[in-house]
Design a protein around this ligand. Structure first.
Ligand code: VG1
Ligand code: CO
Length: 540
């Protein structure tokens, strides 16, 4: 029986950089999830007759939310929902399923790199028929619907058994429970030279993949161990847990410190990698060598042709604006179109759909291609393994060769997390108000040459997205970007991105190489005084 439950709008159901993220407790609160899901149905013009993909990263509330969404989809007339077994799907696997099954869209349950569990975060994201995150026109429509919702519809029925693979029905709706890994693993086999990687594995090459107790455990086991012949011990923290084992599933040197310690130690394997909560981020580390995400993107752009799926070459490349210009150097040398977009994968969708870009990446450890419409953690790991298998060089040697050819963009991001929201917003607002005057203001040891509040005009559909971060260029070529995070749930997070190009000296510590830009950021923005913080919480 379909129940119609009266409700009233709940404030703040506005999707951010990547879906709606709130505390798990808030999502569990009365009508919170239901209001938002009903608003998704309204925002996409109704779900009646449609086919959706549904799954999440296994964090707390994943299964309960899956059951609720299934019943709400059935009540509003959806034709079919394809759901990952036990409610699980990594973000790139969900994107792939939407595409291969010709679904109308999908819902991904994840707060990605944010901690999970009863005291952590939960999230809901809607993806469109191309498999990618909904564009702002859709997320704005969903938000608008959330401000006007007066009732929701839900089927009054027992929970489905999400452990049993196969097709069943819920009311008049078909539900197909699928293996979350199988289709994705097959796609990876089509893109990469598994024979070459298997040969690398048997040559004495050692690797360690840290799934951080998040969604990639089962995927890494199937692909790296079962299909590529790595030993079982190559995948660490492989069992997904509702609270990620109490960890912070963000693959950077700070949060993936267990793996980093191993990779910098005496017994380091040749190659290390990690992924995040929902499996769309990656960290790449060689023995004693951390590869920044911006450099990784550039290395992949320069070498992707060694992988069978990219042997035809690249149509173009794209990066988010704060990501370093290391990619641009490769694009210039190889005569490839190169785009700079606002932060967030949704802005790559049109470029990928239009065939203008084949590879995309973000400094926040997201790399991907036109094989799906999300960034893809294991894809990046396999791309690196394919490159290493083809070149038979160490990660350090690959980096040295890359810098020798293209130069090095020293790069770092400083995050100030959980700071006072008003203070952070006024810091950005004051910079915005002074954009014309920045060139005359003291910038420590540097001189400002240009400053802008980044605005993006999508070359495919002409849509304009403004106020995407303060970008400041200095004489001599250094660059500074300041913006506020759109994925946090506590106060505000200020992200400060810095880069400087170097054509000859490739062996410096990035923090030392960027000391002038760091000083300029402080002089222009007054971060320490305004936020009351002496040092950043995360340095990448
Ligand atoms: C962050 C990153 C951004 C990424 C987004 C989602 O956004 O900076 O590059 O696309 O997270 O990643 P923000 O607004 O906090 O800077 V995921 O893996 O958390 O879905
Ligand atoms: Co993620």
């Amino acid at each position: 029986m379909i129940q119609t439950i009266p409700t009233t709008p709940i404030e703040g159901q506005k999707p951010g950089t990547s879906g709606l993220r709130k505390k798990t407790a808030q999502f569990r609160a009365l009508r919170y999830l239901e209001n938002f899901v009903q608003s998704i149905w309204t925002g996409i013009g109704g779900v009646a007759g449609k086919t959706l993909v549904l799954g999440g990263d296994g964090r707390a509330f994943n299964v309960d939310a899956t059951q609720t969404i299934l019943k709400m989809a059935a009540a509003s007339g959806a034709a079919k929902v394809i759901v990952g077994q036990n409610g699980l799907l990594s973000t790139p696997a969900a994107s792939n399923l939407i595409r291969t099954r010709g679904a109308d869209g999908g819902i991904i349950l994840s707060a990605s790199h944010n901690p999970g569990g009863d005291d952590g975060d939960f999230g809901v994201k809607y993806n469109t028929a191309n498999g990618g995150p909904a564009p702002e026109s859709v997320t704005n429509a969903i938000f608008k619907a959330s401000e006007a919702v007066t009732e929701y519809h839900i089927l009054d029925s027992a929970d489905l058994d999400l452990g049993a693979l196969g097709t069943t029905t819920l009311g008049d709706m078909t539900v197909e429970v699928v293996d979350p890994v199988a289709d994705y693993a097959t796609l990876m086999e089509q893109l990469f030279d598994f024979d070459a990687i298997r040969a690398l594995m048997t040559s004495g090459f050692t690797l360690r993949f840290d799934a951080m107790h998040a969604i990639t455990g089962p995927y890494a086991r199937e692909i790296l161990v079962n299909r590529l012949g790595a030993p079982e011990s190559a995948v660490m923290n492989a069992t997904p847990l509702p609270d990620f084992g109490g960890g912070h599933p963000d693959p950077n040197p700070v949060w993936a410190h267990e793996l980093m310690g191993l990779m910098m130690g005496d017994d380091a394997p040749d190659f290390g990698a990690a992924s995040d909560g929902d499996g769309d981020r990656n960290m790449i580390v060689g023995r004693g060598t951390y590869v920044t995400p911006s450099d990784s993107l550039a290395v992949i752009a320069a070498n992707a042709h060694v992988a069978p799926g990219y042997a035809r070459g690249l149509a173009g490349v794209a990066r988010s604006m704060p990501t370093s210009a290391a990619l641009d150097r490769v694009a210039q040398a190889r005569d490839l179109p190169c785009y700079a977009t606002p932060t967030g994968w949704k802005f790559f969708g049109n470029l990928l759909d239009a065939g203008r870009a084949t590879l995309c990446g973000e400094e926040s450890a997201g790399t991907g291609s036109d094989h799906v419409r999300e960034k893809d953690g294991l894809w990046a790991v396999l791309m690196w393994l394919n490159i290493l298998a083809a070149k038979r060089l160490s990660v350090a040697e690959v980096m040295a060769a890359h810098w020798a050819e293209f130069g090095r963009n020293y790069y770092s991001r400083h995050d100030y997390e959980g700071v006072d929201k008003t203070a952070a917003e006024s810091l950005i607002a004051d910079l915005r108000a002074q954009l014309d005057k920045l060139a005359d203001l003291p910038a420590g040891p540097l001189v400002v040459s240009e400053a802008e509040d980044f605005s993006y005009t999508d070359p495919v559909d002409g849509s304009v997205t403004a106020a995407q971060g303060i970008q400041i260029m200095f004489e001599g070529g250094a660059r500074l970007v300041l913006r506020l995070s759109g994925t946090g749930t506590d106060g505000a997070t200020l992200r400060v991105y810095m880069e400087n190009f170097e054509s000859a000296d490739f062996g410096m510590d990035p923090q030392a190489a960027l000391v002038d830009v760091i000083a300029a950021a402080e002089a222009l923005a007054g971060i320490k005084t305004r936020l009351g913080r002496e040092t950043p919480d995360v340095v990448t």
